[in-house]
Design a protein around this ligand. Structure first.
Ligand SMILES: NC(=O)C1=CN([C@@H]2O[C@H](COP(=O)(O)OP(=O)(O)OC[C@H]3O[C@@H](n4cnc5c(N)ncnc54)[C@H](OP(=O)(O)O)[C@@H]3O)[C@@H](O)[C@H]2O)[C@@H](O)CC1
Ligand SMILES: Nc1ncnc2c1ncn2[C@@H]1O[C@H](COP(=O)(O)OP(=O)(O)O)[C@@H](O)[C@H]1O
Ligand SMILES: [K+]
Length: 497
């Protein structure tokens, strides 16, 4: 493919790219022809038995793409009916409208028939508010009759920036987008509303598809240069020593999951540090993983004198919030990388700023909140409806000088400098108790091997998804931990969506 399919471009940045293309002498009407041709091709390929293609057209260039597709489908012998409002005169859309034979009926005239396929060319990148009642009625009719929808650029009603609907929104079976994916194609619920996404090259040169967004889909290009290398002369300490803090007996399994995952992710040694009364139980589970009884702060201070301890995971099943805060402060003082997950995150809900201050300087803190944990630590960000998940993760990362792995079906990884990635290809069966503990362990294992934090987080999220695919549907978190493998340098593009 001629285009860079890893970069995500906001609708605003896409506008700037269009302008740059125009300055470079690329004719915008030619781009519209290419866009409409891709839409027509997707419809022909996926709905060969359609009895009628219904093209609903908006007033802007999204509608223009629809008129082009309508004309090309007619030329292919397909029955086509167009509904909508004519474009304003003078632009590309008006020219596309004029070049398409046949009439344009008002939107409300569309009565669904068996065999209809809808091309949604109402609004794309220009959508900036909730759709009107006439469009909402069309969306409702398509939904009620189960009429298949092919969306041009984005399902109308979906924000390309946030992935959130602005009001009523089409649910497409296919979405045909151009030049670059927008964040709303990957962020939930946008990803689900798009159906299958087709990213099409319409002739905008790859060098122009750049932006200041520093936003990608998660893919190996983000981290492969930083993966730990297998060195023939290595010994176990070369691969780092990960420490995982266990909670009390009753919740000690979470640390075990993290520890196994960390070892499998390639850490040379992993030690689980448990409250003294949990050690015996932990011992009955472990062979390769080491154990340490750890009471309070003094015992931790002694242990931290071992410079070979190279990374820490604190939070899975940890419980005691006071202890979590005190230990975190001691870990921060070591200058070594720390993963805070679960209870390790919640424990800092009332002292977020102090956490950020403790981890000033070079980035060495990673936080792995799910939605609920994120809202506990960042209620201000979680409540702001104007922010996308990427905006939230970025703001949180900047606030705490930490890499934030904001988990979910659309996990966002964000660094304090703004670099961000959306991971959109993890299987849904990852949503099982304990799977987050495994992710924290993988990340700890990579940090123990001295990977930089953002790159390690991107790699860990990808490895987590791959392990889930290996474990298969119905897996438990134990199965998942057992399927973690050290990162594969030769891996094909694992982040492909
Ligand atoms: N990327 C590329 O290189 C190429 C892009 N191409 C295509 O161009 C598309 C972007 O086109 P676009 O900028 O004209 O915007 P589009 O989505 O048609 O909206 C038009 C106008 O609608 C209005 N409006 C907005 N929201 C509304 C609402 N809820 N309810 C009612 N009205 C609403 C608003 O106007 P207003 O009413 O505010 O004056 C807005 O300006 C892009 O998605 C792709 O399909 C291709 O042609 C090939 C090259
Ligand atoms: N629908 C989904 N599709 C893909 N991955 C998911 C989905 N839902 C959750 N996940 C992933 O599963 C993991 C669950 O972690 P978490 O919520 O912390 O669970 P637990 O606390 O039980 O370990 C996260 O890595 C999250 O990104
Ligand atoms: K659309």
């Amino acid at each position: 493919m001629a285009i860079d399919d890893t970069r995500l471009v906001t609708p605003a940045a896409m506008g700037a790219i269009d302008a740059a293309a125009a300055r470079g002498g690329i004719d915008s009407f030619t781009l519209m022809q290419a866009a409409g041709a891709h839409v027509a091709a997707v419809v022909l390929a996926h709905y060969p038995d359609a009895l009628r293609v219904v093209v609903v057209c908006g007033p802007g260039n999204n509608g223009g793409d629809g008129h082009v597709a309508a004309r090309l489908l007619m030329q292919s012998g397909v029955a086509v009916a167009r509904f909508g409002a004519p474009p304003k005169p003078g632009g590309d859309a008006a020219r596309a409208f004029t070049e398409c034979p046949g009439s344009l009926a008002p939107l409300e005239d569309w009565q669904p028939r068996a065999g209809d396929v809808v091309i949604d060319a109402l609004f794309g990148a220009g959508l900036d508010r909730a759709v009107g009642d006439d469009v909402a009625a069309v969306i409702a009719r398509a939904e009620a009759t189960g009429t298949p929808v092919v969306a041009v650029d984005l399902p109308s009603g979906l924000s390309g920036r946030t992935g959130a609907p602005t009001g009523p929104c089409f649910r497409a079976e296919h979405t045909v987008t151009f030049a670059a994916r927008k964040p709303g194609h990957l962020l939930m619920p946008g990803r689900a509303l798009c159906g299958r996404l087709h990213l099409c090259d319409i002739g905008i040169p790859a060098r122009l598809i750049a932006s200041d967004d520093r936003l990608w889909r998660n893919h190996p290009g983000l981290y492969s240069d930083h993966l730990p290398v297998a060195d023939a002369a290595a010994h176990k300490y070369t691969h780092g020593h990960l420490a995982v803090f266990s909670g009390p007996l009753i919740s000690s399994g979470a640390a075990r999951l993290a520890a196994v995952a960390g070892l499998r992710a390639g850490a040379g040694l992993v030690t689980v540090a448990s409250p003294p009364n949990a050690v015996l139980t932990q011992a009955s589970h472990f062979t390769a993983i080491m154990q340490r009884a750890l009471g309070g702060a003094d015992a931790l201070a002694d242990w931290l004198g071992d410079r070979r301890l190279s990374a820490f995971v604190l939070g899975p099943g940890f419980g005691d919030a006071d202890k979590a805060r005190a230990f975190t402060r001691q870990l921060a003082d070591t200058g070594r990388p720390v993963v805070l997950d679960a209870d390790g995150i919640t424990a800092h809900a009332a002292c977020r700023d102090a956490l950020g201050a403790a981890f000033g300087g070079a980035v060495r803190l990673a936080l792995t909140p799910h939605e609920g944990e994120f809202a506990r630590l960042f209620p201000d960000l979680a409540k702001d409806p104007a922010l996308s998940k990427v905006d939230r993760a970025r703001a949180a990362a900047a606030m705490l000088n930490a890499v934030v792995v904001y988990k979910g079906a659309d996990t966002v990884i964000a660094a304090p400098d703004g670099r961000s990635a959306i991971n959109a290809d993890a299987p849904a069966w990852l949503a099982t108790a304990g799977s987050g503990d495994v992710l924290a362990g993988i990340l700890g294992g990579l940090l123990a091997q001295a990977m930089p934090v953002f790159e390690a987080a991107c790699a860990a999220v990808a490895m987590h998804g791959l392990a889930a695919r290996r474990a298969g549907i119905g897996m438990t978190a134990e199965d998942l931990a057992g399927q973690v493998r050290p990162p594969d340098h030769s891996a094909a593009d694992a982040g492909r969506t």
